[in-house]
Design a protein around this ligand. Structure first.
Ligand code: ARG
Length: 276
């Protein structure tokens, strides 16, 4: 274990929660009658952006669209690797228009966007790590989309079966601690029971040194975290996981996005990474 882990500057795309609300229920966290404190949500979100910038990361913002209350969850808009953008096609009809709004941002920023033919929810289910893309399925992104992703990027794409509806996107049950550049070993943290037995075995073979989280950590959105290789932006409610990370030489940076948990989202869901 390195004594001092090194932070790598990242480029993020986010969407201000100006129109954030819980107006429909498309995952077990959401209830139609839920009131969201929009001022609190905006304050929590601003804190996340401040934390990213304070740690040397670049943050760009896409203009929010009225009537798209989940658009704040930027991670679902695409997967971007080596400047190539694979866009989204949402499972829920309520979210489908978000793809166009994000695509406009990418085009204006000079990127071409490849359209998925099958349901695909971006970094919600697609996680580049080391020489692979880990690809969740079961609730949203389809196996057909995994095949499209592999064909588009030419990166081995490993399908993993999600089995617990509370962890409907893979990024609620797994995150990348080190993405494996600069000669560092790629590593992840995850909650095994969110995956089928075979998928658990795959993760065990690929990442024998992974940090294993508990259901409590996962239910506190502790696995919906963002790591820069040193700092881990993490829910302060995932205390046991934060302690484990500290023992592994990482520096937890607590950011509370509790208002967004009402929609089934946390830190990573609000963060799209742009890998150039
Ligand atoms: N309400 C949103 C949905 O169910 C939350 C999305 C969270 N995003 C994520 N990357 N896990 O689609």
């Amino acid at each position: 274990m390195p004594n001092s882990r090194v932070s790598r500057p990242k480029h993020f795309l986010v969407c201000e929660p100006r129109h954030f609300a819980v107006q429909y229920a498309i995952n077990p966290w959401m209830h139609e009658d839920t009131q969201v404190d929009v001022d609190l949500a905006r304050g929590q979100w601003a804190e996340l952006i401040r934390a990213y910038r304070a740690h040397g990361h670049t943050v760009d913002s896409v203009e929010p669209v009225a009537g798209l209350p989940d658009m704040v969850f930027a991670a679902n808009s695409a997967l971007v690797v080596e400047g190539r953008v694979f866009g989204s096609l949402f499972h829920a009809p309520q979210r489908r228009p978000e793809s166009t709004a994000y695509e406009t941002w990418f085009k204006n920023a000079g990127f071409d966007v490849q359209h998925p033919e099958s349901v695909c929810e971006g970094e919600g289910d697609l996680v580049p790590v080391g020489p692979y893309i880990l690809a969740g399925t079961g609730f949203r992104t389809t196996r057909d989309a995994h095949r499209e992703v592999q064909e588009f990027f030419g990166i081995p794409t490993i399908g993993l079966q999600l089995v617990d509806p509370y962890f409907y996107h893979m990024d609620t049950a797994l995150f990348v601690l080190d993405d494996g550049g600069d000669g560092l070993e790629a590593n992840i943290a995850y909650y095994p029971e969110a995956f089928s037995p075979g998928s658990r075995e795959v993760l065990g073979r690929l990442f024998p040194e992974a940090v294993i989280a508990t259901r409590e950590d996962a239910m506190a959105f502790g696995l919906n975290s963002v790591s820069d290789g040193r700092h881990v932006f993490i829910s302060p409610r995932a205390e046991a996981l934060a302690d484990q990370l500290t023992r592994h030489g990482y520096v937890p940076v607590p950011v509370d996005l509790s208002e967004f948990h009402k929609a089934g989202g946390g830190i990573k869901c609000c963060t799209q990474e742009i890998r150039s």
